[in-house]
Design a protein around this ligand. Sequence first.
Ligand code: NAD
Length: 363
Amino acid sequence: MLVGVPKEIKNQESRVGLTPASVKELTLRGHQVLVQTNAGTAIGLTDAMYLGAGASIVDTAKEVFARAEMIVKVKEPQAQECAMLHEDQILYTYLHLAPDPEQTRALMASGAVCLAYETITGANGGLPLLAPMSEVAGRMAIQAGAAHLEKSKGGMGLLLGGVPGVAPGHIAIIGAGVVGTNALQMAVGIGARVTILDKNIDRLRQLDLIYGNRVATRYSNAHSIEEAVFDADLVVGGVLVPGAAAPKLVTAAMIARMKPGAVVVDVAIDQGGCFETSHATTHEQPTYVVDGVVHYCVANMPGAVARTSTFALNNATIAHALALADKGWRRAVAANPHLKQGLNVCHGHVTYEAVAHALGYTY
Ligand code: NAD
């Protein structure tokens, strides 16, 4: 199969659909790969590396879209990319169609076969092509929180790990899923005192077995959240209620009673956020202050570490990319019910129930 990798064009996006290592996996199996020039240059993946992996380099996205049988990307296609897709071409990327009727219409009009990373399921449950970005965001949350506790960034001037003779800071993590447990690992590593809260007691049991009394686990309710938040120097929000907006677990009144110069990192902001005072921010202007509390609410945290994120994403996407290239989409989807869950738009029809339901299409 001829596989194409255009350079991402969404604002501030430096990730790339395939790394040179992934290209090599494809070319070793006899597939051809077309990569748009400079597709990975911003994160140190040069055209020379892609050539070395067996790809051909072309100048424009137009050439990639015109020739490739499968397009591999990271972000949802922008309007000019949708216009270049053609009948029966495979599009394999994040799509997030439910809140995006315009993109959905454009993909339907293209006649392409569109597989969304975010709806592909895993053999052990969960969404394995979303998990790597939650891992990145969870780990970054502590890094971002630690940086913004510094005086020059608006924080109280606190070193989370403390020093001999000075107590460490207190990190409260709300939600013990992928984001929360990755934040926990960093929080423990940095030497902070840590409290983690979740409604899932089995999850708290697992963490208790791993970390023992190094970490305080709390069942999440209004009372325990209040206690943890008032005492914390840094609060990380990583809750998810599948298919719903994030619950506002930390109210504006609680924020007003936090320590001055404390920091909150609302990772769940892409689902509306779990702090009542949260609104989405960008990497250029990541924070704002409410009642003396610094709010970091960047909706696309993994974009800041685009190199790590690209490798992590490729680890999760390459197996299905190989199956699609080896078998063609019909046989690949027939052979794997988890990949089939990724099929969102096919030959002009919405083929994913939740998207059809959200946008009023028949399914
Ligand atoms: P997950 O499903 O692995 O974990 C969510 C956890 O929240 C679960 O353990 C669940 O039991 C817990 N939870 C639900 N209600 C709760 C409550 N009332 N109190 C405490 N815990 C509660 O999800 P995840 O992969 O960790 O993702 C978390 C959020 O982070 C999602 O909204 C995801 O989209 C978002 N995210 C954001 C970014 C970003 O750049 N901002 C990046 C990746 C993920």
